[in-house]
Design a protein around this ligand. Structure first.
Ligand code: IFM
Length: 446
């Protein structure tokens, strides 16, 4: 059956500052927690780091040209806080200049800029003052956000405060695999709370600007948990996993509360929620114009006596990507239906979706990434089906424009539709880029 995208549906691509920019010591940028984490032995695969990355800071014109060639409608990128405020209270216009130039280039080519304010690269000065554990981080973030709103003004029409607060809190402060690498549940919950609070504060300030036609929202990574069996234990474990990764973030944003069942679970490990003050949840649940959803996979969960939170992930029978993530487009479908039923009717953008595969340049000088094409096609089919059912998904941002620094995996995982040769910085359009170009032109999936 032919599946058609509406005329105003946005086909975009996503990236993030630390993953592509490089130029970590240029034009007044100060280090971020990821610069330090990468240089800590044993934290990142092959001791890779973002010093050069895809050198996007210097090659942004070439990259915008490539996007224009593919026909991309919108480019979602993030701003590096430590380029804008390399020190507390010290604004750095040089750092802002880069984003202004990038946005001009995009606007000239008719590519809509979509800005994420925080994609995990907190300045080291923030960390040294307690980072997201310090409630003052909300004020510091607010100051940064307001400056960016002021400077970029209405050259940007779509704004995202935070990317994946789950990762910036739980991965970074409890599971320890992301910077700054802490392993403390109470800390992770405090960090999550302050990040959400800073989202509320930034949206509140954004509204004061009265920008014409500009919208703001938050991006959550939503990985649905499915029970591994029909046993009571596994069903309970999957619900707990859902609370841990999904409801702990969706509930405060859309229901002004933290899930009671999870509060009970966490009480065993932390002494109370004194970091939540009166009025905080009202601020966190401020009206958003849209919700950004990052979806890659689902998780199959079983009860586990040995794990602290009594659940663990296991593998199901679906094919997996290089990240070992199962490919399950059906669960994207279920997720959106659930969001519509249980949480919100505001517009949704899929702000990330994509897959890492073991891409190689073949003798013909090309990259035949058929598995990625299948992955993208199957997920996009679900997006059209959902829209046909009235899901109001306004756009799709493929992760990622190009191969880049995949956090603790360094450069070992390639998510791009453009292949990057990290030795020469040569870019090669993969077959998936050609496929995306064709899709954007036709706006039809067969
Ligand atoms: O690379 C990341 C991105 O920074 C956040 N979302 C998931 C992607 C793939 O792991």
């Amino acid at each position: 059956m032919v599946k058609e995208f509406k005329e105003n549906f946005i086909f975009g691509v996503s990236t993030a500052s630390y993953q592509i920019e490089g130029a970590t010591a240029e034009d007044g940028r100060s280090p971020s927690i990821w610069d330090v984490f990468c240089k800590t032995p044993g934290k990142v695969y092959g001791s890779h780091n973002g010093d050069i990355a895809c050198d996007h800071y210097h090659r942004y014109k070439e990259d915008v040209e490539l996007m224009a060639g593919i026909g991309i409608n919108a480019y979602r990128f993030s701003i590096s806080w430590s380029r804008i405020f390399p020190e507390k209270g010290k604004y750095n216009p040089k750092g802002m200049e880069f984003y202004k130039k990038l946005i001009n280039e995009l606007n000239e080519k008719g590519i809509k800029p979509v800005v994420t304010l925080y994609h995990w690269d907190s300045p080291i000065w923030v960390y040294k003052m307690g980072g997201w554990l310090n409630r003052d981080s909300v004020k510091w973030f607010k100051e940064y956000a307001v400056k960016v709103f002021e400077e970029l003004n209405d050259s940007v029409k779509l704004w995202i405060t935070h990317n994946e607060p789950f990762c910036a809190s739980i991965f970074s402060y409890y599971e320890g695999m992301h910077a700054p690498g802490h392993k403390n549940l109470r800390e992770a919950l405090i960090v999550a709370h302050h990040i959400l609070l800073s989202h509320g504060a930034a949206v509140e300030d954004f509204r004061k600007f009265n920008f014409k036609d500009s919208k703001i929202g938050i991006t959550l990574n939503l990985t649905p948990s499915y029970p591994a069996s029909s046993s009571k234990e596994d069903i309970k474990a999957a619900f707990r996993s859902d609370g841990y990764s999904i409801r702990w973030f969706l509930d405060p944003v859309f229901k002004a509360s933290y899930p009671e069942d999870m509060k009970e679970v966490y009480k065993e490990f932390i002494d109370g929620f004194d970091f939540v003050s009166d009025g905080d949840l009202r601020k966190i649940s401020i009206r958003n114009d849209f919700l950004g959803v990052n979806y890659y996979s689902r998780e199959l969960i079983e009860f586990s006596q040995d794990s602290e939170l009594k659940f663990r992930k296991i593998h199901g029978n679906f094919e997996r990507t290089e990240m070992d993530w199962e490919i399950v487009p059906e669960s994207l479908y279920d997720l959106i239906i659930r969001l519509r039923k249980e949480y919100t009717r505001i517009p949704i953008y899929i702000t990330e979706n994509g897959a890492a595969f073991n891409d190689r340049i073949t003798k013909d000088g090309k990259v035949h990434d058929n598995k990625r094409i299948d992955y993208l096609e199957d997920h996009l089919k679900k997006v059209v089906e959902l829209n046909q059912k009235g899901a109001d998904i306004r756009g799709y941002f493929l992760w990622s424009l190009m191969d880049n620094f995949e956090w603790q995996h360094g450069y070992s995982k390639r998510f791009g539709i453009i292949y990057v040769n990290y030795e020469t910085q040569e870019r090669i359009l993969k077959d998936s880029a050609i496929w995306y170009k064709d899709l954007i032109k036709k706006r039809i999936i067969e």
